[in-house]
Design a protein around this ligand. Structure first.
Ligand code: FAS
Ligand code: PHB
Length: 394
């Protein structure tokens, strides 16, 4: 069986795996990235849409952000709509930062182009991936590519293979603890050829359920509706979707802008984290280690934060022989992970209707949002979490 020797074996070519490979490459540290899907699939899969300023800065400062700078929509705030009122949270005024609308698949395209551009190993459509030896100091990754069995011998394995990947499950049950919370609702998401209704995002609380109006460009709307967990997408005609979005976002501001729906799908919601995020020479990053409800627009950004911490630790190991940052990896990441879990849970329970809630809860939620938007301290707490908390380095 052909054996590839490299320093870091990376499982998964999502934002986490691709950015880690790029950051290591810039320091001359070789890696091999293996991905179970096709290039076309990962470059077209609809996922996140919003980058924190810190995430965008990493892309720009490491030379893969030229198109992002040209094409992203820079937003200095968001709108919160409730009881028909439209309230603005001004990030520039509150924290002097912005967020960037730039879809995850565009981030993936930029990182794949860079990787292939400097001709570093990136293998698509691999199968039968298994990791081994991470506890004994001789890590290896076995897989099939083009029908042939292959293996990677490496110093470290980066498990960037998402929530359903094989890396986290390779950690013995007694050496890892899972924290999990499911939600009794999901998001029905659409992509539509429609000008965005407002120039920034609109998070709408309504007694019928949550709605979010976001976008991909000045002519493409992305929107989400809270629906039941087991909702059948076939029950949602385009007309019904627009009608429900109009009901939930009615009130102050522009009338809902509509157009041809080009994609629709349902995404379940969960909060998940595992501790620790490492085992021997295996390091988990991104969705392989944690999942947050998308309400706070944190999933991809948290993956990028993990990778910045892991890259710094691996670079310190190879450049200076330091092991302290690798040993502290989980602790360093989890400080941010749990603050992002808190924020993502908090905005989700603030804005979504829970069918166990009664009229008291509805009034309490409205008062919560009324306080949040009416108080500078309240707006500040949304702003500083939403644009991205400062990185905490060990
Ligand atoms: P990813 O899941 O992106 O990447 C993991 C990669 O590993 C995938 O390409 C997968 O094919 C590959 N892989 C899996 N098993 C493998 C194996 N055995 N061998 C090799 N490769 C393997 N976040 C937001 O911030 N905002 C949103 O609106 C949002 N919407 C989302 C919608 C959906 C449907 C989903 C599923 C997630 C959404 N997220 C959102 C979260 C999402 O953006 C993640 O946080 C982000 O993709 C995390 O990146 P990675 O950790 O790289 O994981
Ligand atoms: C998106 O643009 O897909 C998006 C934006 C903000 C969120 C969730 C999703 O909170």
């Amino acid at each position: 069986m052909p054996r590839i020797k490299t320093r870091v074996g990376i499982v998964g070519a999502g934002p986490a795996g691709l950015l880690l490979a790029h950051l290591l490459h810039l320091e001359g540290i070789d890696s091999v990235v293996i991905e179970s899907r096709s290039r076309q699939y990962i470059e077209t899969r609809l996922r996140a849409g919003l980058l924190e300023q810190g995430s965008a800065d990493v892309m720009i400062e490491t030379g893969v952000g030229e198109r992002l700078q040209r094409e992203c929509l820079r937003h200095g705030g968001v709108y919160i709509k409730f009881r028909g009122e439209l309230k603005h949270i001004d990030f520039q005024d509150l924290v002097g930062q912005s967020v960037m609308i730039y879809a995850q698949q565009e981030v993936v395209k930029d990182l794949v182009a860079a990787r292939l551009g400097y001709n570093e190993p990136l293998m698509f459509e691999v199968g039968n991936v298994a990791v081994d030896g991470h506890a004994t100091g001789t890590p290896s990754i076995s897989f099939t590519a083009d029908g042939k069995d292959q293996a990677i011998d490496c110093d470290f394995i980066a498990g960037c293979d998402g929530f359903h990947g094989i890396c986290r499950p390779s950690i013995p049950a007694g050496d890892i603890k899972m924290f999990d919370r499911e939600y009794p609702f999901a998001w029905l998401g659409i992509l539509a050829d429609a000008k965005p209704t407002e120039e920034e995002l609109v998070y709408a609380h309504h007694e019928r359920g949550f709605a979010l109006l976001t976008m991909r460009s000045p002519t493409v709307t992305r929107a989400y509706l809270q629906v039941a967990r087991d909702e059948d997408i076939n029950q949602w005609s385009d007309e019904r979707i627009w009608e429900e979005l109009a009901l939930r976002t009615a009130g102050e501001g522009n009338p809902l802008s509509v157009g041809k729906i080009t994609q629709k799908g349902i995404t379940d919601m969960r909060s998940f984290a595992c501790e620790p995020m490492q085992y021997g020479r295996l390091f988990l990053a991104g969705d392989a280690a944690h999942i947050v409800p998308p309400t706070g627009a944190k999933g991809m950004n948290l993956a990028i934060a993990d990778v910045r911490i892991l890259a710094r630790a691996l670079i310190a190991y190879y450049k200076s022989g330091r092991t302290d940052l690798l040993e502290a990896y989980s602790r360093t990441c989890l400080k941010r992970v749990w603050k992002v879990q808190r924020f993502s849970w908090w905005v989700t329970q603030l804005l979504h209707r829970n069918d166990q809630d009664n009229d008291f809860d509805l009034r309490r939620q409205i008062a919560d949002i009324d306080y949040l938007t009416g108080s500078r301290a309240g707006r500040m707490t949304w702003a500083e979490n939403y644009v991205g908390l400062p990185m905490e380095w060990d």
